[in-house]
Every structure is written in structure tokens, then in C-alpha cells.
Design a protein around this ligand. Structure first.
Ligand SMILES: [Zn+2]
Length: 232
């Protein structure tokens, strides 16, 4: 039989190692600094002109620049499994033929201020205060955050969740953000003072980025006391 007195130092040593490993991993996860990587899409004179045209035609807003005053964050998923595929969807100035469903509305391509890769890397695709085309009715006041993936085969990752929470903190500390919404909630703003879309027939049904994802981001950012999404 093994004498307990000789076994203890070994157990204590193992426990010590386990505690040190745990401390290092917790310390490391808290210390990982998020950064924003600039990876600009094309925002040339034509895109600026089309953005101003969109503001005028869709929202009756006439101005000399494509700038917005952000008061809302809209979270999305791209439903495209790769970073490159997602980036390509936003890159060009004009709407490509694969989105003919909304082409008759405006030639301006869809875009988003931020794109979060599956490993959590945050890319800034355009100036934060330029209007992106990512949500009907509310582009004039909102910053879009797209996440690569989101399909059944490529559900959003834990790293993406962490980065979205970090981004919401970053944006809410920088701008006067009143609302944090998931794209699927945009329709609830019909009739709200922020809703400016002029065409009652121009709507698309959305499910991104999922109710579970929104619940987790909201829980982690509740200190900001964002206003509740209007109910119908
Ligand atoms: Zn979306």
C-alpha cells in the first residue's frame, strides 16, 4: 500500500501545475486584444454618387456626401461560407446580376461597414460613417456588421460572437447608439420615425443572424441599455 505521506507531494505538484495552466489560459483569454483590420471595398466616385442617389430615392434625403449619423447597429450573417466569397459580394460598386431581386430598386451594390470572419477577425470594409446598403428602411442611420457563414453547415462561431460583442462595445462607446438589432427585426421599425423607405412594396424576409446569437450579444452588452425594438 502506498504511504499517503509520499503520495501527497506528487498530488500537490500536479494540482499546482493545473492551477498555473488554468491561470495562464484565463489570463490569456482576457488579454487577447481585438483589433480592426482595414480591408476596403471599392468606394469610388461612382459608389458615392449611387449612395447619394439611394439616400434621395429611397429616403428623400438630399445631401452632398454619403455620410450618416449612426444610431443603430444591425447584425447579419452573409450565408456565404468563406471570407473571400463574402468580401466579393460587397466589393464592387454596382449590384451584380446575382441579386436581380433588388436590382430594379437601385444599382448600388450591397455593403456593410464591418465583416467578421469565422476566426473572429474583424474587417472594416468602408468608412464607418458612410452609408452601407445592408438593411431596407434603416441604412441612413445604421452600421452593419456582417458575419461570414450562418448556414446550417456553417453556423456562426464562438469567435464571431466574441468579436460582435467587442464591436458593439467599440461602436456604442464611439457613437450615440440607441438600437442594437438583428437583421430579422428590421421590419418591426415600419412606421417608426427612423423608418424612411418610401416604397411599401420593397421588403425582403430575413432570419439573420438568428435569435440565439442576438440574445447572447444583447446579454453581454446590456450595460448600454439600448432601446427596446418596437413591437407590432
Ligand atoms: Zn442581413
Amino acid at each position: 500500500m502506498l504511504c499517503p505521506l509520499t503520495a501527497y507531494p506528487q498530488q500537490i505538484k500536479m494540482r499546482k501545475i493545473a492551477y498555473i495552466a488554468l491561470f495562464i489560459s484565463v489570463f490569456w483569454s482576457c488579454q487577447v486584444q481585438q483589433t480592426i483590420v482595414d480591408r476596403p471595398i471599392v468606394f469610388d466616385d461612382e459608389r458615392i454618387a449611387l449612395t447619394k442617389e439611394y439616400l434621395l430615392q429611397r429616403y428623400n434625403v438630399e445631401q452632398n456626401n454619403p455620410e450618416i449619423k449612426p444610431t443603430m447597429i444591425v447584425l447579419h450573417w452573409t450565408a456565404i461560407p468563406t471570407l473571400e466569397g463574402s468580401f466579393d459580394a460587397f466589393k464592387d460598386t454596382k449590384l451584380p446580376n446575382w441579386r436581380p431581386d433588388i436590382e430594379n430598386v437601385s444599382g448600388l451594390n450591397v455593403s456593410t461597414q464591418f465583416l467578421v470572419d469565422r476566426d473572429g477577425t474583424i474587417y472594416r470594409l468602408m468608412p464607418e460613417n458612410y452609408m452601407g446598403r445592408h438593411v431596407i428602411g434603416l441604412n441612413h442611420c445604421s452600421i452593419g456588421v456582417e458575419n461570414v457563414g450562418g448556414t446550417d453547415k456553417y453556423p456562426l462561431t464562438k469567435q464571431q460572437l466574441k468579436s460582435n460583442i467587442w464591436l458593439v462595445n467599440y461602436l456604442a462607446e464611439k457613437y450615440n447608439i440607441d438600437y442594437l438589432i438583428g437583421h430579422y427585426e428590421y421590419i418591426l421599425f415600419e412606421g417608426h420615425p427612423l423608418w424612411l423607405e418610401v416604397d411599401d412594396g420593397y421588403r425582403t424576409e430575413k432570419t439573420d443572424p438568428g435569435t440565439d446569437f442576438m440574445k447572447k450579444v444583447r446579454k453581454a452588452t446590456k450595460k448600454f441599455n439600448f432601446k427596446p425594438v418596437p413591437s407590432k
